[in-house]
Write a protein that binds this ligand. Structure first.
Ligand SMILES: [Mn+2]
Length: 330
């Protein structure tokens, strides 16, 4: 995989005065924290920064950040045309992942910073990609520290938050992660407080969001001798819970069940349109998501599906059964 160096990225950052920072649509904390921390840092260096994310920016913890993100390109078009900012794309590495901003940002010099493996190699003038990194925020941390070692506590705090979110508060980390944990140590030295971050991420949730987890656990179907769990957020469930669908709590609760290997969560989007999230304890489901035109990581990936819920479930059951069988034989 082709990747440019931190020095290349730094040259672009120090040599430009105006930036548009975009992340992927349906952003997660790693994406938003990458965008936010980078913006804070660049602003303190006297740069002009505009934040863009096609959204939706959800979650109570992100409420204070939301007003600072443009969720539609329309109000930015004139500015982009006249100022030609450098586009920085975080936590994704193909143009379609920035949604409605892709068209608006065409032609801008583009810097991509990401830790996903399955991006579009032709997207971006500079690409800093490292799939070994537990989060995009740790890549941002390395870039920023190469520029200026003294990170502000607020910047360190956000970079740490992104890491905690993508690493499931350390529990998804594999052996060999020591170099990244040294970066994490730097962040705590600069002011990040793990207990505070954990409280921000895990507490203060609504009762409705707990009931969502309970309902999904109760309704999920179990296949392949208890190795594959399949749950669906149907249209009525979507209506009832809306933004209170805490899917990560559902994955945690399901994954804790003895024997569970793979979880698929189907989410209703509109008529005959579904988003599917896959989670795995150890088997590579990134390839499965890729085969459906999606992407992600080895243990967490997703894709979109057009068609009936019935045929989606049937195909998924067939494909996951095959994957589990291959795993058993190998
Ligand atoms: Mn990420």
């Amino acid at each position: 995989m082709k990747t440019d160096t931190i020095e290349d990225i730094l040259k672009a950052l120090t040599g430009s005065e105006n930036f548009l920072i975009a992340g992927h649509f349906q952003p997660d904390p790693d994406c938003l924290c990458s965008q936010w921390a980078l913006a804070e840092f660049l602003k303190r260096k006297g740069k002009k920064v505009t934040l863009a994310n096609a959204g939706p920016v959800t979650g109570a913890a992100f409420e204070p950040y939301r007003p600072f993100f443009y969720e539609s390109p329309a109000p930015l078009l004139a500015q982009i045309q006249s100022e030609k900012p450098v586009l920085i794309v975080t936590d994704c590495s193909s143009g379609d992942r920035i949604g409605t901003f892709q068209e608006a940002a065409k032609g801008l010099f583009t810097v991509v910073i990401d830790h996903h493996a399955n991006g579009d190699e032709n997207f971006g003038d500079l690409r800093y990609i490292d799939p070994a990194s537990p989060s995009t925020t740790l890549l941002i941390k390395r870039i920023l520290c190469a520029w200026d070692k003294s990170l502000l506590p607020v910047v360190a705090d956000d970079l740490f938050w992104g890491f905690c979110a993508d690493s499931g508060f350390f529990r998804f980390l594999q052996g060999g992660c020591a170099p990244w944990l040294r970066d994490v140590a730097d962040l705590t030295e600069a002011g990040a407080v793990p207990s505070r971050t954990f409280a921000k991420m895990m507490y203060g949730k609504s009762l409705l969001s707990r009931r969502f987890t309970a309902e999904m656990i109760r309704k999920m179907k179990v296949f392949e001798n208890g190795r594959f769990f399949l749950a669906a957020v149907t249209k009525p469930v979507e209506r009832r819970y809306g933004n209170e669908k805490d899917t990560s709590s559902f994955y945690d609760a399901a994954m804790a069940v003895k024997g569970c290997e793979i979880i698929a969560l189907i989410k209703y989007e509109k008529r005959r349109r579904y988003a599917v999230s896959l989670r795995s304890v150890r088997i590579d489901i990134g390839k499965t998501a890729l085969a459906y035109g999606g992407g992600g990581h080895k243990l967490a990936a997703g894709f979109r599906f057009k068609g009936s819920l019935f045929s989606l479930k049937r195909r998924l059951r067939r494909d996951i059964a095959r994957l589990l069988k291959e795993e058993t034989l190998s």
